[in-house]
Design a protein around this ligand. Structure first.
Ligand SMILES: *[C@@H]1O[C@H](CO)[C@@H](O)[C@H](O)[C@H]1NC(C)=O
Ligand SMILES: *[C@@H]1O[C@H](CO)[C@@H](O)[C@H](O)[C@H]1NC(C)=O
Ligand SMILES: *[C@@H]1O[C@H](CO)[C@@H](O)[C@H](O)[C@H]1NC(C)=O
Ligand SMILES: *[C@@H]1O[C@H](CO)[C@@H](O)[C@H](O)[C@H]1NC(C)=O
Ligand SMILES: *[C@@H]1O[C@H](CO)[C@@H](O)[C@H](O)[C@H]1NC(C)=O
Length: 348
């Protein structure tokens, strides 16, 4: 089949930005071809089953530590496109936010300034491309957690302060072109796409609320010019153990009677003052209700002392074992890959 070039703008009617990209490895493609399947299309059920074997005493074996080349800014989310590519969402901050010390216009700090990045790395950490998804001066520049649905990478680009505004874009991993899908009146962080149901679910500041949008009710998406999107549902997250930072959609789980589930990881500061501590954890979460179906604490730290669950998380199954991928540190980042050693009560 031959599609005339004329059709391309019609297929991507909402693409407005010219690419602002650097390609340190110009001969290397951004993504493998064909693209790998999403978790929902492949290992989602296996991940959920293996998660059932985890607990507080799980031994996590460090499989590899791979330095990611160049400045990674603040990594927020990661997707793994098979063993040869990682794509990282990151926030570059050129002007810090300053706390007001009170709530003004519904938020608690100044806007600051910066840029939203997506950075492509090879499996060995070589930097392949860095695309900036925002323009200078745009107030929404914080690129949060990301997800890959088998075709698109989904990103939330928000003001870097609670209770404000955000827009959702999807990015073609083959070209790194973005399409704006909707804008919303709240900060948005994590995002997952349920292809089967045609909906996206987004988490706000601290993952306190989940807003779900029905993309099928608005053919072609909501569009930048369609006004501020109204969520089909907003549910309060009932779990306060950790604030989820990055989630991966796992599909409609056989084990959980077809419910849409996602793997989420994050951190929280528990208590205050000298007795406070950071708690890290990873959970299987019911996308519709935000109820955690299973959750385990994660205590590993990076060589710099950052809890590994600080921001990005990915997951895979290798030889029947569950692996988690973490990129906790800012600017000079190392990808930590851990494998869960299943509890074997009858084998010593
Ligand atoms: C609050 O909103 C009002 C009205 O939009 C605006 O004039 C004012 O500058 C805002 N204040 C701050 C601190 O952003
Ligand atoms: C969020 O905005 C609402 C409405 O403007 C306000 O009542 C509330 O205090 C804000 N919350 C925070 C955490 O800033
Ligand atoms: C790392 O990966 C890149 C891209 O696939 C490749 O060109 C390069 O040779 C690899 N480097 C090493 C040291 O393996
Ligand atoms: C491209 O992105 C960089 C940050 O990565 C920024 O400094 C520069 O101003 C951007 N250029 C344009 C034309 O948006
Ligand atoms: C979160 O959801 C609750 C319950 O639906 C709602 O009352 C609250 O305003 C929401 N918060 C934000 C920031 O949207």
């Amino acid at each position: 089949m031959h599609f005339p070039l004329l059709l391309i703008p019609l297929l991507h009617p909402l693409t407005t930005h010219a690419l602002n990209i650097t390609t340190p490895q110009p001969n290397n493609p951004f993504a493998p071809s064909p693209l790998p399947p999403s978790h929902a299309q492949s290992d989602g059920d296996a991940i959920v089953s293996l998660f059932q074997t985890l607990g507080r005493t799980t031994v996590w074996t460090l499989i590899s530590q791979t330095p990611f080349q160049g400045d990674t800014y603040e990594p927020e989310g990661i997707v793994r496109l098979g063993p040869s590519r990682y794509i990282v969402s990151a926030g570059e901050y050129t002007l810090p936010t300053i706390p007001y010390g009170k709530v003004i216009n519904g938020t608690d700090r100044t806007a600051g300034a910066g840029f939203a990045h997506l950075i492509v790395f090879s499996g060995n950490g070589t930097r392949i491309a860095d695309v900036t998804l925002t323009k200078p001066g745009e107030v929404e520049y914080h690129n949060g957690g990301i997800d890959f649905d088998g075709e698109w990478i989904w990103c939330t680009i928000a003001q870097y302060r609670p209770n404000t505004t955000a827009h959702v874009v999807r990015v073609d991993p083959r070209t790194l072109e973005q399409t704006t899908i909707l804008r919303y009146d709240d900060h948005l962080g994590g995002i997952v796409h349920d292809v089967q149901r045609g909906s996206i679910t987004t988490l706000n500041w601290g993952a306190r609320n989940a807003s779900t949008f029905d993309l099928r009710r608005r053919p072609g998406g909501y569009g930048w010019n369609a006004g501020v999107a109204k969520a089909a549902s907003v549910v309060r997250n009932p779990s306060y153990f950790v604030d989820y930072q990055d989630c991966k959609f796992l599909g409609h789980s056989r084990l959980y009677n077809g419910r849409a589930v996602m793997l989420c990881s994050g951190v929280a500061t528990i208590g205050s003052g000298a007795s406070s501590y950071n708690l890290g954890g990873v959970a299987i979460v019911d996308v519709e209700t935000m109820v955690p179906l299973m959750e385990v604490p994660i205590t590993m730290r990076s060589v710099l002392g950052t809890p590994v669950t600080q921001n990005p998380v990915e997951v895979s199954v290798e030889d029947g074992k569950l692996r988690l991928y973490f990129l906790p540190d800012q600017h000079t980042s190392i990808l930590y890959v851990y494998e869960a050693q299943p509890d074997s009560p009858y084998e010593f």
